[in-house]
Design a protein. Sequence first.
Length: 163
Amino acid sequence: MTYRVCFVCTGNICRSPMAESVFRARLTEAGLDDRVDADSAGTGGWHEGDGADPRTVRVLREHGYDSDHIARQFQASWFARLDLVIALDSGHLKALRRLAPTEEDARKVRLLRSYDPAAGDDVDVPDPYYGGLDGFEECLEMVEAASEGLLAAVRDEVEGTAA
């Protein structure tokens, strides 16, 4: 059975597609890409059908990541097929937990930076949309740092070693 992870930000053109691309690369490196599927969505549908922001694409490509993406809006019905829903900031976390049909579904929602021990209390990945390219670089650094811890947690779940 495939373990399914969905990354969620606001419009699904900056942070969540970046997190999806980075995490897919980590899954491939770890040999888990045949057992774990990762995708992304937005809390809103403003950009549905659009590609990722060109700055996201540029930063991903410059760092060797795939950047193929089409934006979509997260749907409450998806909780039934997902094992883990990763919010990119605390606003997304709250919105997704409110959207969850059951308490069990609400417990599937986690913050990405909660998987980065160095993040401390700084749990949000800032939205780079209204800034320059440096904000996208910063976003990628945060996503990469948290992806290692997320990969370890997902590996434990997939291999049945979770506590």
